[in-house]
Design a protein around this ligand. Structure first.
Ligand code: FES
Length: 248
Protein backbone atom coordinates (compact mmCIF):
# COMPACT_ATOMS: atom_id res chain seq x y z
CA UNK A 1 0.00 0.00 0.00
CA UNK A 2 1.05 3.56 -0.70
CA UNK A 3 -0.16 6.20 1.75
CA UNK A 4 -0.12 9.95 2.15
CA UNK A 5 0.20 10.73 5.85
CA UNK A 6 -0.55 14.09 7.41
CA UNK A 7 0.85 13.96 10.93
CA UNK A 8 0.62 16.50 13.75
CA UNK A 9 4.17 17.60 14.65
CA UNK A 10 4.79 19.69 17.75
CA UNK A 11 8.22 20.11 19.36
CA UNK A 12 6.95 20.56 22.92
CA UNK A 13 4.09 21.93 25.00
CA UNK A 14 5.30 25.52 24.60
CA UNK A 15 5.53 25.65 20.81
CA UNK A 16 2.78 25.67 18.19
CA UNK A 17 2.24 22.53 16.13
CA UNK A 18 1.33 21.92 12.50
CA UNK A 19 0.49 19.06 10.17
CA UNK A 20 3.44 17.60 8.25
CA UNK A 21 3.03 15.49 5.10
CA UNK A 22 4.84 12.21 4.46
CA UNK A 23 4.58 9.67 1.65
CA UNK A 24 4.93 6.05 2.71
CA UNK A 25 5.21 3.06 0.39
CA UNK A 26 5.37 -0.71 0.87
CA UNK A 27 2.87 -0.91 3.75
CA UNK A 28 1.26 -4.33 4.22
CA UNK A 29 -2.50 -4.44 4.89
CA UNK A 30 -1.67 -6.87 7.71
CA UNK A 31 0.43 -4.31 9.58
CA UNK A 32 -1.07 -2.67 12.64
CA UNK A 33 -1.46 1.10 12.55
CA UNK A 34 1.42 1.45 15.01
CA UNK A 35 3.65 -0.80 12.89
CA UNK A 36 2.90 1.53 9.99
CA UNK A 37 4.07 4.44 12.17
CA UNK A 38 7.17 2.42 13.15
CA UNK A 39 7.94 2.12 9.43
CA UNK A 40 7.53 5.87 9.00
CA UNK A 41 9.87 6.49 11.94
CA UNK A 42 12.51 4.12 10.55
CA UNK A 43 12.49 6.11 7.32
CA UNK A 44 12.65 9.42 9.21
CA UNK A 45 15.60 8.23 11.30
CA UNK A 46 17.48 6.99 8.21
CA UNK A 47 16.98 10.37 6.54
CA UNK A 48 18.22 12.20 9.64
CA UNK A 49 14.82 13.56 10.70
CA UNK A 50 13.22 13.46 14.13
CA UNK A 51 10.88 10.43 14.49
CA UNK A 52 7.22 11.04 15.36
CA UNK A 53 6.55 10.67 19.10
CA UNK A 54 3.47 8.57 19.91
CA UNK A 55 2.27 6.62 22.94
CA UNK A 56 2.10 2.82 23.01
CA UNK A 57 2.88 -0.01 25.40
CA UNK A 58 1.12 -3.39 25.30
CA UNK A 59 0.04 -3.23 21.64
CA UNK A 60 -2.62 -5.78 22.63
CA UNK A 61 -5.56 -3.47 23.35
CA UNK A 62 -5.29 -3.78 27.13
CA UNK A 63 -3.16 -0.97 28.55
CA UNK A 64 -4.84 2.14 27.11
CA UNK A 65 -1.57 3.84 26.18
CA UNK A 66 -2.17 4.26 22.45
CA UNK A 67 -4.12 7.39 21.64
CA UNK A 68 -4.49 8.80 18.15
CA UNK A 69 -7.20 10.70 16.36
CA UNK A 70 -7.22 9.14 12.89
CA UNK A 71 -9.15 10.91 10.14
CA UNK A 72 -11.07 12.74 12.85
CA UNK A 73 -12.05 9.65 14.86
CA UNK A 74 -10.59 8.62 18.21
CA UNK A 75 -8.70 5.36 17.49
CA UNK A 76 -9.72 5.54 13.83
CA UNK A 77 -12.47 3.96 11.72
CA UNK A 78 -12.94 0.71 13.72
CA UNK A 79 -14.25 0.41 17.26
CA UNK A 80 -10.97 -0.71 18.74
CA UNK A 81 -7.72 0.67 20.12
CA UNK A 82 -5.20 2.23 17.74
CA UNK A 83 -2.80 -0.65 18.33
CA UNK A 84 -5.48 -3.15 17.25
CA UNK A 85 -6.37 -1.19 14.13
CA UNK A 86 -4.92 -2.73 10.96
CA UNK A 87 -3.98 -1.15 7.68
CA UNK A 88 -6.55 -3.31 5.86
CA UNK A 89 -9.09 -0.78 7.17
CA UNK A 90 -7.61 1.69 4.66
CA UNK A 91 -7.27 1.75 0.87
CA UNK A 92 -4.12 1.95 -1.24
CA UNK A 93 -3.49 5.64 -1.99
CA UNK A 94 -5.44 6.91 1.01
CA UNK A 95 -4.59 10.18 2.73
CA UNK A 96 -4.64 9.67 6.50
CA UNK A 97 -4.73 12.50 9.05
CA UNK A 98 -3.12 11.59 12.38
CA UNK A 99 -3.56 13.90 15.37
CA UNK A 100 -3.22 13.67 19.15
CA UNK A 101 -6.22 13.55 21.52
CA UNK A 102 -7.84 16.99 21.43
CA UNK A 103 -8.94 18.18 24.89
CA UNK A 104 -7.77 21.06 27.05
CA UNK A 105 -7.39 18.65 30.01
CA UNK A 106 -4.97 16.57 27.86
CA UNK A 107 -2.26 19.07 26.83
CA UNK A 108 0.13 17.97 24.08
CA UNK A 109 3.59 17.00 25.37
CA UNK A 110 5.15 16.30 21.97
CA UNK A 111 3.81 15.38 18.51
CA UNK A 112 1.07 12.80 19.18
CA UNK A 113 1.75 12.35 22.90
CA UNK A 114 -0.60 14.03 25.37
CA UNK A 115 -0.51 14.35 29.15
CA UNK A 116 -3.25 12.12 30.60
CA UNK A 117 -2.22 12.42 34.26
CA UNK A 118 -5.57 14.12 34.91
CA UNK A 119 -7.05 10.60 34.75
CA UNK A 120 -4.55 9.40 37.36
CA UNK A 121 -5.67 12.14 39.75
CA UNK A 122 -9.34 11.24 39.22
CA UNK A 123 -8.47 7.63 40.13
CA UNK A 124 -6.45 8.76 43.16
CA UNK A 125 -9.49 10.70 44.41
CA UNK A 126 -11.58 7.57 44.92
CA UNK A 127 -10.66 4.58 42.76
CA UNK A 128 -9.75 2.36 45.70
CA UNK A 129 -11.32 0.28 48.46
CA UNK A 130 -10.45 0.02 52.14
CA UNK A 131 -9.24 -3.50 52.87
CA UNK A 132 -7.91 -4.76 56.19
CA UNK A 133 -4.30 -5.89 56.21
CA UNK A 134 -3.35 -9.40 57.28
CA UNK A 135 -4.09 -12.79 55.78
CA UNK A 136 -6.11 -12.98 52.57
CA UNK A 137 -9.84 -13.19 53.41
CA UNK A 138 -11.76 -16.39 52.72
CA UNK A 139 -12.94 -16.11 49.10
CA UNK A 140 -16.57 -16.92 49.94
CA UNK A 141 -16.79 -14.58 52.96
CA UNK A 142 -18.30 -11.77 50.87
CA UNK A 143 -20.72 -13.22 48.33
CA UNK A 144 -21.33 -11.04 45.27
CA UNK A 145 -24.56 -11.58 43.33
CA UNK A 146 -23.82 -12.62 39.74
CA UNK A 147 -25.57 -9.58 38.12
CA UNK A 148 -23.51 -7.23 40.32
CA UNK A 149 -20.29 -9.07 39.49
CA UNK A 150 -21.11 -8.85 35.78
CA UNK A 151 -21.88 -5.12 36.06
CA UNK A 152 -18.66 -4.45 37.95
CA UNK A 153 -16.71 -6.38 35.35
CA UNK A 154 -18.36 -4.49 32.49
CA UNK A 155 -17.16 -1.20 34.01
CA UNK A 156 -13.77 -2.60 34.98
CA UNK A 157 -13.07 -3.13 31.29
CA UNK A 158 -12.30 0.60 30.92
CA UNK A 159 -8.61 0.87 30.04
CA UNK A 160 -8.44 4.64 30.63
CA UNK A 161 -7.26 5.44 27.10
CA UNK A 162 -9.16 8.75 26.96
CA UNK A 163 -10.93 8.12 23.64
CA UNK A 164 -14.18 9.15 25.37
CA UNK A 165 -12.71 12.58 26.14
CA UNK A 166 -11.22 12.97 22.67
CA UNK A 167 -14.51 12.05 20.99
CA UNK A 168 -16.71 14.27 23.18
CA UNK A 169 -17.57 17.67 21.68
CA UNK A 170 -17.25 19.10 25.22
CA UNK A 171 -14.07 17.24 26.18
CA UNK A 172 -15.97 15.64 29.07
CA UNK A 173 -14.61 12.71 31.09
CA UNK A 174 -17.95 11.43 32.36
CA UNK A 175 -17.73 7.99 30.72
CA UNK A 176 -14.28 7.31 32.16
CA UNK A 177 -15.19 8.59 35.64
CA UNK A 178 -18.50 6.73 35.69
CA UNK A 179 -16.81 3.47 34.69
CA UNK A 180 -14.36 3.83 37.58
CA UNK A 181 -17.06 4.85 40.09
CA UNK A 182 -19.55 2.15 39.10
CA UNK A 183 -16.93 -0.59 38.96
CA UNK A 184 -16.41 -0.29 42.73
CA UNK A 185 -19.77 1.12 43.85
CA UNK A 186 -21.74 -1.94 42.74
CA UNK A 187 -19.57 -4.31 44.81
CA UNK A 188 -19.90 -4.92 48.56
CA UNK A 189 -16.14 -4.39 48.85
CA UNK A 190 -16.64 -0.84 47.57
CA UNK A 191 -19.53 -0.01 49.90
CA UNK A 192 -17.59 1.75 52.73
CA UNK A 193 -16.50 4.54 50.32
CA UNK A 194 -19.62 4.48 48.16
CA UNK A 195 -20.57 8.13 48.82
CA UNK A 196 -17.13 9.71 49.20
CA UNK A 197 -15.90 7.91 46.07
CA UNK A 198 -18.46 9.43 43.71
CA UNK A 199 -18.34 12.90 45.31
CA UNK A 200 -14.52 13.07 45.34
CA UNK A 201 -13.98 11.62 41.87
CA UNK A 202 -16.55 13.92 40.26
CA UNK A 203 -15.06 16.93 42.11
CA UNK A 204 -11.58 15.99 40.88
CA UNK A 205 -12.89 15.50 37.34
CA UNK A 206 -14.32 19.04 37.41
CA UNK A 207 -11.10 20.44 38.89
CA UNK A 208 -9.06 18.95 36.04
CA UNK A 209 -10.92 21.10 33.52
CA UNK A 210 -12.87 18.44 31.65
CA UNK A 211 -16.00 19.76 29.94
CA UNK A 212 -19.59 19.23 31.02
CA UNK A 213 -21.60 16.25 29.77
CA UNK A 214 -24.55 16.93 27.46
CA UNK A 215 -25.15 13.22 26.74
CA UNK A 216 -24.03 13.59 23.13
CA UNK A 217 -23.11 9.90 23.26
CA UNK A 218 -19.92 10.21 21.19
CA UNK A 219 -17.92 8.84 24.14
CA UNK A 220 -19.75 5.49 24.21
CA UNK A 221 -19.52 5.23 20.41
CA UNK A 222 -15.74 5.72 20.47
CA UNK A 223 -15.01 3.59 23.55
CA UNK A 224 -12.96 0.57 22.41
CA UNK A 225 -14.20 -1.45 25.39
CA UNK A 226 -17.91 -0.76 24.93
CA UNK A 227 -18.54 1.08 28.21
CA UNK A 228 -22.26 1.93 27.83
CA UNK A 229 -23.73 5.44 28.00
CA UNK A 230 -25.97 4.17 30.82
CA UNK A 231 -22.85 4.15 32.96
CA UNK A 232 -23.09 7.96 33.14
CA UNK A 233 -26.73 7.77 34.23
CA UNK A 234 -25.80 5.31 36.98
CA UNK A 235 -23.05 7.61 38.22
CA UNK A 236 -25.42 10.59 38.24
CA UNK A 237 -27.82 8.57 40.40
CA UNK A 238 -24.96 7.66 42.74
CA UNK A 239 -23.90 11.32 42.92
CA UNK A 240 -27.44 12.51 43.74
CA UNK A 241 -27.82 9.82 46.40
CA UNK A 242 -24.46 10.73 47.96
CA UNK A 243 -25.22 14.45 47.86
CA UNK A 244 -28.58 13.99 49.58
CA UNK A 245 -27.01 11.74 52.22
CA UNK A 246 -24.16 14.18 52.93
CA UNK A 247 -26.72 16.97 53.60
CA UNK A 248 -28.74 15.00 56.13
S1 FES B 1 -0.82 0.02 23.25
FE1 FES B 1 -1.90 -0.86 24.96
S2 FES B 1 -3.98 -0.59 24.37
FE2 FES B 1 -2.91 0.11 22.63
Amino acid sequence: MKLNLRVWRQKNAETDGAMASYELDGISPDMSFLEMLDTLNEELIVSGEEPVAFDHDCREGICGACSLVINGDAHGPERTTTCQLHMRSFQDGDTIDIEPWRASAFPVIKDLVVDRTAFDRVIQAGGFITAPTGAAPEAHATPVPKPDADLAFEHAECIGCGACVAACPNGAAMLFTSAKVNHLNVLPQGAPERETRVLDMVAQMDEEGFGGCTLAGECATACPKGIPLMSITSMNKEWLRATRKSKR
